[in-house]
Write a protein that binds this ligand. Structure first.
Ligand code: HEM
Length: 303
């Protein structure tokens, strides 16, 4: 067999994958036809047409690439034909033909597993018992005393005043409205309310027309002592006074930018917010140098 193997190797590589219709192959494969699965799983060594029909006993392994593959095939060839059901089973004995006998076997076999779940239900109770035993240990206060008077059902001494939820949850959560520092806006001051206000024709800028705003003017409008709060963002000056109660971060935070350039503070907190969209109707004017200050009318004349 090895001699022939070496002889046929050069001709093997790719042609061996396809020639299933070779006449020599069919005759040689007859012994294995009982199990098509085995055939498909084998490395298809039977590709070369050189095998002679008479070589069926030794011929199959001779066309494999390696010796270990041929030995595997030898094993497969030596295996008894797959018998399902078993050769001595009642199904095979009673079945008139192999085709019919193939169907019933799974059922008798599949009837066995249902018995297992019944027996496999036994372990869970033991697991449950262990779980139940473990629970009381982390919370000793829940343990019912084995002796002595009946336990008092009143408030637990170390928990302070009784709460509406029975003291099971901490009550300090009300301190922080949310994790990101947003505040609870008063009714009528939601983002949607602000959007509606911006769409209205109200003058939110507080000035009759756009201004040239000098740094000193900006500093003066800091929101204190009844003065409006202005803030500049990249050269544009907005009157943030009407937006103060609408600001999701709170009035106090927004006031930090009053009377100055608020861009840095703004970008530190929420760079994703478009301030021009939010405050477009609050536009007061543009920043100019001190010496460039002009009357309000002159700015509009330029446009
Ligand atoms: C005038 C310009 C500003 C506008 C239009 C504005 C607008 C907004 C908006 C729309 C939100 C909600 C953001 C969200 O839900 O994702 C917000 C949240 C917030 N803003 Fe402002 N804001 C301005 C200026 C500022 C300034 C100057 C500060 C701080 C100095 C500030 C601090 C905050 C904080 C702490 C929050 C809550 C936390 C957060 O949403 O990330 N905002 N602001």
């Amino acid at each position: 067999a090895y001699l022939r193997q070496s002889d046929t190797q050069p001709a093997e590589p790719k042609p061996s994958q396809t020639p299933t219709e070779e006449p020599g192959l069919d005759t040689r494969e007859q012994p294995n036809n009982e199990s098509p699965i085995q055939k498909s799983n084998s490395p298809s060594p039977e590709g070369t047409p050189k095998a002679a029909p008479g070589d069926s006993a030794n011929g199959v392994p001779t066309f494999t690439l390696a010796a270990h593959e041929s030995s595997e095939e030898d094993e497969e060839d030596n295996l008894p034909p797959p018998s399902f059901p078993a050769l001595n089973s009642a199904q095979r004995a009673s079945a008139p033909s192999p085709a019919v006998s193939m169907a019933p076997p799974p059922k008798p076999v599949s009837m066995a597993p249902p018995a297992r779940p019944a027996s496999s239900l036994m372990p869970p109770p033991t697991l449950k018992a262990s779980n139940l035993r473990a629970l009381p240990t982390p919370s000793p206060s829940l343990r019912v005393p084995a002796t002595g008077p009946a336990p008092n059902r009143g408030p637990v001494p170390n928990r302070g005043l009784p709460t509406s939820n029975g003291g099971l949850m901490p009550t300090a959560t009300v301190k922080t409205p949310n994790a990101r520092g947003k505040v609870l806006l008063s009714p009528g001051h939601s983002p949607l309310d602000w959007a509606n206000l911006q769409r209205s024709s109200k003058n939110l800028s507080g000035v009759p027309s756009l201004l040239r705003v000098t740094p000193s003017m900006l500093k003066e409008h800091n929101g204190r002592k009844g003065k409006p709060a202005w803030s500049s963002y990249e050269g544009k000056v907005y009157n943030i006074t009407p937006y103060l109660p609408f600001h999701p971060g709170g009035e106090g935070e927004l006031r930090r930018a009053a009377g100055k350039d608020g861009r840095k503070l703004f970008m530190e907190v929420h760079p994703w917010v478009n301030w021009d969209n939010m405050l477009g109707e609050c536009l007061v004017g543009i920043m100019v140098a001190e010496e460039q200050a002009r009357p309000a009318s002159s700015l509009e004349d330029m446009d």
